[in-house]
Design a protein around this ligand. Structure first.
Ligand code: CAA
Length: 391
């Protein structure tokens, strides 16, 4: 029996800010964003979309295709939770019509949360092979206006169905893990914007990558030559090129030439360039991008995956693409979603950024914006009410 990702679906809001527009507003050279950070657009959720609706919208194609049977767990990874007590998974349980026997919980460790949930899901399936686990990873990345992190903001969600003998990706044994207690990026409960020691966080990302890779290598003997492609956590996509340089150094080989580096990395970065950072969803958005865009079939190929969560947790693991995987992708849906988005002006971006949802418990009706079927409809007595709009 193998265990891994059976279905993978991605969702992002219907609005974005082009980084040319942001560069103009900030008096920055657009090349810094497009080339230096490797980002082109940032996804902006309108007031009636949050991590719950993004995740439910991501999961809907999977539920529509396979139904809720045998989904015994729903694990929701996020660092932008909407409630300190109730798991976001429970809102999705209602919206998606999951079985009453399905356990629901929320998981947090910064951008590593998606991988933590995936590991737990794999362990659940190993113990109970008929079980299916719906892993949702959904985040809205917010930094202070005009801060260095601002151009890396983004929003999006992935839904992964984890199962025995999966159709898409098999998780290989012996992931390499590295954990340290540091303060490189964090968000105290009283803040809606994250704080970061930006350059330190980038250094720690790369240092802990090397440690996790070393642990993975010691257990498997894998080298860069093992991997057809790499998919990394991408707070900004240019970091994947820095990661490759660090892995080459660990292998004791020269950095791959630009063409080879591009071939190894670029297919996994296409969605993230267009959405910005999606924190817990980021690596898995990258995997969706890779499966949707690989220039040659990936059947039987091994992918090197790196997950990083500030604070910090790092994990490097290998996943093998299942022959026949291409028949089980949601590629047209993902492409439409990104192609149909609406650009915002700088003023509209700032208005949405400043829109604070009411905290006084009064009744509040959210105006309908463009987006997936699920939306946040009202707030009343501090309760969120979601709805599914008619097609
Ligand atoms: N043309 C082309 N390139 C340019 C340029 C121009 N005109 N101007 C600058 N650049 C390049 C710089 O040389 C630099 O590239 P290198 O690192 O390869 O030298 C790149 O653009 C960025 O420039 P700066 O380092 O000057 O940018 P900055 O200091 O304003 O901000 C950042 C960069 C620190 C990453 C900032 O965006 C930030 O704080 N981001 C939030 C934290 C973050 O993303 N950390 C990443 C690791 S932590 C993690 O992974 C978890 C997570 O998701 C948050």
């Amino acid at each position: 029996m193998t265990i891994g990702i059976h279905r993978l679906s991605f969702h992002t809001p219907a609005y974005y800010l082009d980084l040319d527009t942001l560069a103009q507003a900030r008096g920055a050279d657009p090349a810094k964003f497009h080339v230096g950070l490797g980002q082109d657009r940032m996804a902006i959720p309108p007031p009636d979309q949050d991590i719950v609706t993004l995740a439910a919208n991501a999961a809907l194609p999977i539920l529509d295709e396979l139904g809720p049977d045998h989904i015994d767990w729903c694990l929701f990874a996020t660092e932008s939770g909407v409630d300190q007590s109730k798991a976001a998974a429970l809102f999705c349980h209602g919206l998606l019509g999951l079985p009453a026997s399905c356990r629901c919980a929320e998981i947090k460790e910064a951008c590593y949360g998606g991988t933590a949930a995936l590991r737990l899901a794999a362990a659940i399936v190993a113990a109970s092979p008929a079980s299916r686990v719906l892993v949702l990873a959904s985040d809205i990345a917010r930094y202070d206006l005009a801060s260095p992190g601002e151009p890396t903001q983004g929003a999006g969600a992935v839904a992964m169905l984890v199962a025995a003998d999966p159709d898409l990706l098999v998780l290989e044994p012996s992931p390499g893990v590295h954990c340290e207690d540091i303060m490189d990026f964090w968000r105290p409960n009283y803040r809606t914007e994250a704080l970061a020691e930006g350059h330190y966080s980038t250094r720690m990302y790369l240092t802990t990558l090397a440690e996790a890779y070393k642990a993975h290598q010691a257990a498997t003997g894998h080298t860069l030559a093992t991997f057809a492609h790499l998919a990394c956590h991408m707070p900004f996509t240019r970091i994947a090129w820095k990661a490759l340089a660090r892995l080459a150094r660990a292998d004791g080989i020269p950095e791959p030439p630009p063409d080879a580096a591009e071939a190894l990395l670029a297919p996994a970065t296409l969605y993230n360039r267009l959405t910005g950072n999606t924190y817990a969803a980021c690596l898995y958005e990258g995997l969706a991008s890779l499966l949707d865009h690989a220039p040659a079939p990936l059947d039987g190929k091994t992918i090197g995956c790196f997950s990083y969560g500030s604070g910090c947790m790092a994990e490097f693991y290998a996943a093998t693409v299942v022959p026949g995987y291409a028949a089980h992708l949601y590629t047209p849906l993902h492409r439409h979603l990104l192609a149909d988005r609406v650009p915002l002006t700088y003023r509209q971006y700032e208005d949405i950024f400043q829109y604070g949802i009411p905290t006084d418990g009064a009744d509040h009706i959210f105006a309908p914006y463009r987006g997936g079927p699920f939306r946040l409809a009202t707030l009343s007595a501090h309760k969120r009410r979601y709805e599914r709009r008619d097609p």
